[in-house]
Design a protein around this ligand. Structure first.
Ligand code: BES
Ligand code: ZN
Ligand code: ZN
Length: 469
């Protein structure tokens, strides 16, 4: 995909304004177009698009994507899109171009009949400048990383295993000059990562702890991302009902996002030392499976009573977060499709932000809004914290109440964060937008690469703030 400015194109997307309304009055009347949504003028290769008066970055991205989705199967190579500025910086260019490119994504490798998409160039109808070029570059890199994440998440469970994560990490490391360490069962045993190992015990494949590092010359901060990489989650012996198990190939979304983040960050040459840590496992059933009633001693030495083998993500993350803190991060974020409760509470389109540091949460939330993704802060609460107490171990992997499941899962993870890192840590539950069985906004059916854009826009804003000082 190419992005250029102020040139001719095969097709044009035109934003509605009073002048155009007047000029095209008769045509719009004929089409019974009432200045809402889009109006296609196929004879003139134009699509008219009404923008909402209260335009957010998310709305701009998704509106542009809706327009592109309408014309993406036409025989056109280039599309020109009007430009609107909703901020003083490059965000509108980013929002428009990201929306346009991601509208072209499809996961169709298993379908015989594929509708062709010929669009290879997007022209922005505005004068080029440095900020706009930067915005376009950001959109290109993020759209590329997001397609990369989506391909991993959409891939089927028989094909995409713990080994696949290793292969993908190797390829990513080679292409982007990243350091790579891959650890298997023996190392995990040596490191007492028994919670992580227990989850993977019934799998035909060994677990993988994958650690990628991007190290620029002058790093402003050390930032560690940890991703839940359940290549499949059957629930284990606490087996999921059939209709809940479906889509659990998406339980690797946190890990996939973390790969996408380090890929994008290195391509953007961000001035941060970035570590991407993946806990890749498969929650299966066999005679070797870990069991409800088991007690596991985690890497941190905290004993965990297993009351439900389907609450496995927090076990994998407990040990991976322990490993991550050994790196002495300035900022630590985990991304996980951790709870169904999060989807029930916030709906399918919104991720949850949790942690102990309210300023950090507020700052991340503000940045997430510029990214085009939806997020929402869920506050910890001492009354919920007492629900994960165990009678026989230090902590239970499930809550004693049916309410507040997203937060109790976050609080469980918090028990594995050392005092000195509590204020540096955020937990993102991406269970909703990681995988939606619908076309929505700029996303297509399936994986949504949730978390990727938020985290990169967060980094860019941190960088900007630090450079100002
Ligand atoms: N991977 C699931 C969470 C999930 C559910 C993600 C739906 C995306 C969509 C997680 O491992 C899980 O099963 N969590 C349980 C926890 C419960 C047993 C305490 C849940 O949310 O039901
Ligand atoms: Zn589960
Ligand atoms: Zn899971």
């Amino acid at each position: 995909m190419k992005v250029e400015f102020n040139k001719k194109a095969d097709f044009e997307i035109i934003f509605l304004n009073d002048e155009i309304k007047k000029e095209k009055k008769d045509f719009f009347k004929l089409m019974q177009y009432e200045h809402k949504g889009t109006c296609l003028d196929i004879a003139n290769s134009k699509l008219y698009l009404a923008l909402s008066p209260k335009l957010t970055y998310a709305a701009l991205t998704s509106t542009i994507a809706q327009a592109i989705k309408q014309i993406r199967h036409l025989n056109i190579k280039s599309v020109k899109i009007d430009y609107i500025n909703i901020d003083c910086h490059f965000n509108s260019v980013y929002s428009i171009i990201y929306g346009a490119i991601s509208a072209l994504y499809e996961f169709n490798k298993y379908q015989k009949e594929k509708k062709k998409i010929n669009i290879e160039k997007i022209i922005l109808n505005t004068q080029e400048d440095e900020d706009k070029k930067e915005g376009a570059n950001l959109a290109l890199i993020l759209a590329d990383s997001s397609a990369y994440v989506k391909d991993i998440v959409n891939e089927i469970p028989s094909t995409y295993t713990q080994e696949s994560f290793e292969e993908d990490a190797k390829k990513l490391a080679k292409e982007n000059n990243l350091e790579l360490k891959v650890y298997k069962d023996d190392y995990l045993k040596k490191e007492n990562m028994n919670a992580f190992l227990a989850v993977n015990r019934a799998s035909a494949y060994e677990a993988r702890l994958i650690h990628l590092t991007y190290k620029p010359k002058k790093a402003l901060k050390k930032i560690v991302y940890v991703g839940k990489g359940l290549v499949y989650d059957t629930g284990g012996l606490s087996l999921k009902p059939a209709d809940y198990m479906l889509t659990m190939k998406s339980d690797k979304s946190g890990a996939a996002a973390v790969l996408g983040i380090i890929k994008a960050a290195s391509q953007l040459k961000l001035p941060f030392e970035i570590h991407a840590i993946i806990g890749a496992a498969q929650n299966c059933i066999s005679e070797k499976a870990y069991m409800p009633d088991d007690v596991i001693i985690s890497r941190e030495g905290v004993s965990i009573e297993v009351r439900n083998t389907d609450a496995e993500g927090r076990l994998v993350l407990a040990d991976c977060l322990s490993y991550a803190q050994d790196l002495k991060p300035d900022y630590l974020i985990d991304l996980a499709t951790l709870t169904g409760a999060c989807v029930v509470g916030l709906g399918e389109y919104t991720s949850a932000i949790m942690g102990y540091n309210e300023d950090l949460q507020n700052e991340f939330y503000a940045h997430s809004k510029r990214s085009g993704e939806y997020a929402c802060i869920l506050h910890f609460n001492p009354h919920l914290a007492s629900l994960i107490k165990s009678k026989i171990a230090d902590i239970s992997n499930t809550s004693s109440s049916r309410y507040g499941g997203a937060i109790t899962a976050g609080l469980f993870l918090g028990e594995f964060i050392k005092e000195e890192y509590k204020d540096k840590w955020l937990h993102l539950d991406i269970a909703g937008p990681a995988y939606v069985e619908k076309d929505w906004g700029e996303n297509s059916y399936g994986a949504g690469a949730a978390g990727l854009r938020m985290c990169i826009i967060d980094l860019l804003n941190i960088k900007r703030k630090m450079e100002k000082k």
